[in-house]
Write a protein that binds this ligand. Structure first.
Ligand SMILES: C[S@@+](CC[C@H](N)C(=O)[O-])C[C@H]1O[C@@H](n2cnc3c(N)ncnc32)[C@H](O)[C@@H]1O
Length: 410
């Protein structure tokens, strides 16, 4: 999609539609695109508006489409991407952004469709947005479905169904509500000078890991990039040898740069490694402490990464679990006798969490209750000796953590 960037479209909306198109048409992440040089060049106000538009449209996409589709002449017709995104952006502003004057939302959406390759759809975009505005003003005509809360409707139905089964209706509503807002920060920990700026849930995992072994000599971070938790480990254990691995060369390089930026993390060694088959250099000596922060579906982070809900399929979960088991199995083999390992994910799904841990723990490894390692602010999220935060129930993203130990006799 190519924008002529006519003056009729504000820089923020122009950036937003380009990012939404990239997210829709590739595997790109909104978070990466919102921190790209093109967005960094915008004024602070425009950057904020771009972020609000992109994340808002991705969070509310199902609702926006449910409002728009019945208003189309052919509700099942495939729309030109520019028309679809201009409509989503326009409806989002009309329904969720009181501070935007309706005429600005409508007129700029029409221009966005026109300038991005869908001039034929400009009239349709205009007509639909005007109708949405009229129906908003007489709410009895708004065609919203009411079997689920609007926040739940903004998620795939299969996800809401499984959360209701696993966590109950009230907790599911809290998760869905949390996912539709900016995530809170600074609720679990007070900021500490020198520590990396990471979200509270990630900080909790890093702090629990750091506290799991008093004076570790060798630490392995298996799936480490972009390195937020590694940095906390390096600061908490400055004397330890730390190796941080990742399978992605690009993410590893970004992590290396991040580690080099601070004296307290420069000593971290970074290593390109597929942890389902660790390279020989990792086998040379065992580790007292391992963090296995496995790749996962990310269903605990939908507020931060709203596009995940549109990409994830239920059938992805068993594949995620197979990879997690393969990584955790290998990581446990690298643990020294008496050594400890934290297995963590930012998923809410049992298949990726406790079921993975239960599948790999054999006679020589056991799970230990990690409650005593938790900060007071999340101690209520300890269940059967593991940590399971639920967005909205705890004031942070959803995380799982379990502590495993190798028997000393091994
Ligand atoms: C949840 S993220 C890690 C976040 C990181 N611990 C932090 O706090 O910044 C998972 C990481 O695992 C990496 N990964 C995926 N498969 C892997 C594998 N087989 N071996 C090693 N790393 C892998 C991904 O590239 C990704 O960077």
């Amino acid at each position: 999609m190519k924008s002529q960037n006519q003056p009729a479209i504000s820089p923020a909306r122009d950036a937003a539609i380009q990012i939404l198109y990239r997210v829709m048409s590739s595997a790109a992440h909104s978070d990466d695109l919102l921190h790209s040089p093109a967005v960094n060049r915008l004024s602070p106000e425009d950057r904020n508006l771009t972020t609000a538009l992109v994340l808002g449209v991705l969070r509310w996409q199902s609702q926006l489409d449910a409002v728009m589709r019945p208003m189309l002449q052919r509700p099942d017709a495939e729309l030109h991407p520019a028309a679809l995104l201009a409509l989503r952006l326009g409806i989002f502003q009309l329904l969720h952004m009181d501070r935007i004057p309706p005429h600005a939302a409508i007129n700029e959406s029409v221009e966005m469709a026109r300038d991005n390759g869908a001039p034929h759809a400009a009239g349709m975009v205009n007509a639909i947005l005007r109708r949405v505005q009229r129906e908003k003003e007489s709410p009895k005509r708004t065609p919203l479905i009411v079997t689920m809360t609007p926040e739940e409707q903004a998620h795939p139905e299969w996800l809401i169904t499984r959360w209701r089964k696993n966590f109950g209706t009230a907790a599911t509503r809290r998760i869905a509500t949390y996912d539709q807002q900016e995530p809170p920060s600074g609720q679990l920990y007070t900021p500490e000078e020198g520590l990396p700026q990471i979200d509270d849930g990630s900080r909790a995992i890093a702090e629990i890991t750091a506290a799991a072994v008093p004076n570790p000599k060798r630490i392995l971070d298996c799936c480490a990039a972009p390195g937020g938790k590694t940095a906390v480990l390096a600061i908490r254990h400055p004397q330890a040898e730390i190796i941080a691995c990742d399978i992605s060369p690009k993410r590893l390089e970004a992590m290396r740069k991040r580690m080099d930026r601070s004296e307290s993390t420069k000593h971290v060694k970074t290593l390109l490694a597929d942890m389902t088959a660790p390279p020989a250099e990792l086998q040379a000596g065992k580790f007292d402490l391992i963090l296995c922060d496995a790749p996962c579906s990310g269903t605990g982070t939908l507020s931060r990464n709203p596009e995940i809900r549109h990409r994830l399929r239920q059938s992805d979960l068993p594949r995620q679990a197979d990879r997690q088991k393969a990584i955790l199995n290998q990581a446990l083999l690298l643990l020294a006798p008496g050594g400890r390992l934290i297995y963590s994910t930012c998923s809410l799904e049992p298949e990726e969490n406790l079921e993975v841990v239960n599948a790999v723990t054999t006679g020589s490894h056991r799970t230990i209750d990690l409650t005593s390692l938790l900060p007071q602010s999340v101690s209520a999220a300890a269940i059967d000796g593991t940590l399971r935060t639920l967005p909205g129930t705890q004031p942070c993203d959803g995380f799982f953590a379990a502590l495993l130990e190798t028997s000393p006799a091994e």
